[in-house]
Design a protein around this ligand. Structure first.
Ligand SMILES: NC(=O)c1ccc[n+]([C@@H]2O[C@H](COP(=O)([O-])OP(=O)(O)OC[C@H]3O[C@@H](n4cnc5c(N)ncnc54)[C@H](OP(=O)(O)O)[C@@H]3O)[C@@H](O)[C@H]2O)c1
Length: 359
């Protein structure tokens, strides 16, 4: 089935949910849950019994989401909904979020699932405070930082849990739709990949190029998820935290908002694409619930609704599996780690400790 056909089918066939009570007594963190897929996932987890910790950059949006989740979970809901502020664009916000999470929940063994969902599509070139193009900053670098901080904390509790906790990245199948040759020539010239991708000169502002760095930001994220998955393994190779990534398919959310602001034609294009191909957030978010129940044997795997792992490996060969992609993965992981170690106090020691106690 080609991608378009799969998207059309997926629009009408929601995945099933596990039985009620599946997450009774558990705690699930969903980073980026004020709207769209994150909010819908939070509603599912709460309805299935979990206490949820959600995040937003804006307290009022978080409070509105909290009220929505509590209402959807109903009067018999025994869990709690808590909202914390988090901006993946800011290193200080990520570390301060971790401080607040640890205060809220002193025992890391109590965190059962972390869903890293926050992300964005940018249609205009913008630079983050740290100097990177904003899509790369949020979708790749910030998400990797948050996962490292969470992983270091969750690993501490692994021996106190009956089974490993889960970390699920909401990536996108769009990572497959990349031509890696510009990244390879960057590497051949010994250039810095993140810097080249962040340069305004390399931003494709053509009329029909609606999301210039989105696909590549998710490919780079897939590269760093590999690094995270390695760090999540104990020296004997067993995962201390089960790491997976997912694609929810095309989902009707606010993510195309920045594309729509470019022109009336773009606004109509976004509306039409979502109208024809997108499923609801309720439906799309179900993959997060499924991923949070995957066994440890799936550690490191990517899931979407339609591809088997074999189909994925075959489709991912040109961007993930081939020799050139292997070399890119190493460079991108190192660049992201260098950036974070240089700018996030204490991260170097955290990383060293994880490296010494992993495979
Ligand atoms: N919609 C799709 O078709 C689709 C397909 C594949 C993958 N995805 C992925 O799904 C994830 C969720 O997207 P969505 O479609 O649900 O879009 P959305 O409705 O725009 O939701 C995005 C969420 O991310 C949060 N967020 C945005 N920027 C952030 C930042 N700098 N720091 C922290 N949180 C931030 C937002 O919270 P606040 O603004 O309140 O902070 C919001 O809760 C993204 O990672 C996206 O790439 C979406």
């Amino acid at each position: 089935m080609n991608a378009m056909f799969q998207r059309l089918v997926g629009r009408f066939v929601p995945a099933s949910l596990p039985p009620s009570g599946t997450f009774d007594g558990q705690t699930v963190l969903i980073a980026g849950a004020s709207s769209g897929i994150g909010l819908a996932a939070a509603v599912h987890f709460a309805t299935l019994g979990a206490s949820v910790i959600i995040t937003s950059r804006v307290a009022s949006r978080g409070d509105a989401a909290k009220r929505h989740i509590e209402q959807a979970a109903g009067s018999s809901y025994k869990g709690q909904v808590t909202c914390l502020e988090l901006d993946l664009e800011s290193y200080a916000s990520c570390t301060s979020f971790m401080g607040k999470l640890k205060t809220l929940m002193p025992d890391p063994a109590k965190l059962d699932v972390a869903i890293l969902n926050g992300g964005m599509v940018n249609s205009h070139w913008e630079q983050s405070e740290a100097g990177w193009e904003r899509t790369i900053q949020i979708n790749t670098i910030g998400t990797t930082l948050l996962s490292l901080l969470l992983l270091a904390w969750m690993r501490e509790a692994a021996s106190l849990r009956k089974s490993p906790a889960h970390m699920v990245f909401v990536s996108s199948r769009d990572h497959l739709y990349n031509d890696i040759s510009p990244l390879c020539s960057c590497q051949e010239k010994k250039d810095h990949i993140l810097r080249q991708l962040s340069s305004k000169d390399n931003w494709d502002g053509a009329f029909f190029e609606t999301q210039p760095n989105y696909n590549v930001s998710k490919l780079l994220l897939m590269y760093t998820i590999e690094g995270i998955s390695d760090l999540a393994r104990a020296p004997d190779g067993e995962p201390l935290v089960i790491v997976n990534s997912v694609c929810p398919g095309m989902v009707k959310t606010d993510i195309g908002g920045r594309i729509a602001t470019r022109s009336m034609i773009h606004a109509i294009g976004v509306w039409l694409t979502l109208f024809v191909t997108a499923k609801t957030a309720d439906s799309g978010s179900r993959i997060c619930i499924q991923a949070a129940l995957k066994p440890k044997e799936t550690h490191g795997e990517f899931f979407n609704y339609w591809m088997t792992p074999e189909m994925y490996r075959s489709e991912a060969e040109p961007v993930i599996g081939c020799e050139k992609a292997r070399s890119l993965q190493k460079q991108v992981w190192q660049e992201v780690i260098d950036e974070l170690q240089t700018n996030v106090p204490g991260l170097q020691a955290t990383l060293e400790s994880m490296k010494q106690n992993s495979t």
